[in-house]
Design a protein around this ligand. Structure first.
Ligand code: HAM
Length: 422
């Protein structure tokens, strides 16, 4: 490739046709699954006011501090951001259009998200999510239903090595007490903290618990536990979620260190993880966010949701050896000569009228080279029209898997082609 050839932006991928077939198949499976739980589609813009994400995700999170694609609108100076996730936008749209006015909402969206992270396998700067949000529901039943939903999808997709980790973050008051205790605990041991942790001490001490720095693990293990601060209501909520999962035989692991990287969560949080994808093993994650709607300016209302990473899920499916039958056309229309050329395009349109998928040969060339293309296209038959056939108002049908070529009247063409379609 010459130096002048422009390349895609690092961390942003082209999905080429072979792979796109897998995406299309996946999207169909996921849409059916979402509809089977009564979720309805919502579509939000890719660009939102920067302030939305700062307020929703939190000023002192990795996403807001260093991963957002933010820019100033050169016409009016507005501060805008390419969405790094969908929950904030979804809540913004629901409030803006008053969707929660008198009914709770089960909504889903899909599409590209943007985070300026260091690209590696399973971690991209533009990636795709399916997001699922239930707004206006307070009880543990919906938390559990969303987790059961995920389990059903993994089963549908044939994914076996995916495990569920859960935690409860309690409510705002408990987290406030815990935060004060963490600041006190880590504050007395500042000499044992790395620079990142020192910086977070007063802004977001909870994230220190997330540190992967091996030198700090002992310190983190002995830190005050959020679980010790959590109120009875929240504990009962969590116990009820677990009971429903047990009722449905969905296995889970309680991971007290699961805190999530976005600030809006409370109570139930969960992640579905696999060890088959290397470092980026979380394929789906979410939880309850009862404070977010009010934080974005709405009347207080509870909510819970999750999002799955499409690239990671598809990588997992591909690694498990999944293959799809190649999406193919039914007929390849080959033709030679001027009269035949005119008839061929009408024949192709008519076959499409009859519901068939048809590739009309374009660009001339010998019948021999056209038949090679017909073979490569995966079509079940070639419909061959020479001037001879054209003058007679007929076409020849050649089965590509072998068999006699037959010449038929145009009226019988669709019927004949259909005989060879598997
Ligand atoms: P999140 O954990 O930031 O949560 O992202 C959800 C999923 O998106 C991850 O588990 C992962 O599969 C995928 N993902 C995230 N970042 C990347 C990346 N750079 N490259 C590829 N895949 C990625 C949220 O976004 C929340 N909005 C989820 C939610 C919805 N919570 C409540 N409702």
């Amino acid at each position: 490739m010459s130096d002048k050839t422009l390349q895609a932006v690092r961390g942003m991928n082209d999905i080429l046709p072979d792979e796109a077939e897998l995406w299309l198949w996946f999207e169909e499976v996921v849409r059916d699954w979402l509809h089977s739980y009564g979720y309805r589609n919502i579509r939000m813009p890719l660009v939102e006011p920067t302030a939305l994400f700062k307020r929703a995700i939190g000023e002192v999170t990795d996403i807001v501090e260093k991963e957002m694609y933010s820019f100033e609108d050169s016409l009016n100076g507005d501060l805008l951001t390419l969405r790094p996730e969908g929950t904030a936008s979804c809540v913004r749209a629901v409030l803006q259009h008053n969707l929660l006015y008198n009914a709770p909402q089960r909504l889903y969206y899909s599409g590209q998200m943007f985070r300026h992270e260091r690209p590696q396998k399973g971690r991209y700067r533009q990636f795709n999510q399916y997001g699922v949000e239930a707004l206006g529901f307070a009880g543990p039943d919906i938390d559990a239903e969303q987790i059961l939903m995920c389990a059903r999808l993994w089963h549908k997709l044939g994914l076996r090595d995916v495990t569920l980790q859960m935690n409860t973050l309690g409510d705002a008051a408990a987290r406030k007490r815990h935060r004060a205790k963490l600041i006190d605990y880590f504050g007395r041991r500042q000499d044992m903290l790395d620079a990142d942790a020192v910086r977070r001490l007063h802004t977001n001490p909870l994230r220190i618990l997330d540190s992967k720095n091996p030198a700090m693990q002992g310190l983190i293990d002995a830190a005050p536990k959020l679980m010790d601060e959590i109120d009875d209501d929240a504990l009962q909520h969590f116990a009820a979620v677990q009971a429903i999962l047990e009722q449905h035989d969905v296995a889970f692991e309680i991971n007290p260190r699961l805190v999530r990287g976005l600030d809006y969560y409370n109570r139930t949080v969960f992640e579905w993880v696999t060890t088959d994808l290397g470092a980026q093993g979380t394929i789906c994650a979410g939880g309850r966010y009862d404070g977010l709607i009010e934080q974005i300016g709405g009347k207080p209302a509870p909510a819970t949701g999750f999002a799955m990473g499409v690239e990671r899920l598809l990588a997992l499916l591909q690694d498990s050896g999944m293959t799809l039958p190649r999406q193919q056309v039914d007929a390849y229309v080959a033709h030679q000569g001027e009269l035949a050329g005119r008839l061929a395009s009408s024949v192709a349109e008519r076959l499409r009228d009859d519901g068939l998928r048809v590739l009309l040969h374009c660009g001339g060339g010998s019948f021999k080279s056209q038949m090679k293309k017909a073979d490569a296209s995966g079509a079940y038959v070639a419909v061959v029209i020479g001037d001879d056939e054209a003058r007679a108002g007929e076409a020849s049908v050649k089965p590509m898997q072998g068999g006699e070529q037959t010449r038929v009247a145009l009226d019988a063409l669709t019927r004949t082609v259909n005989q060879f379609i598997k």
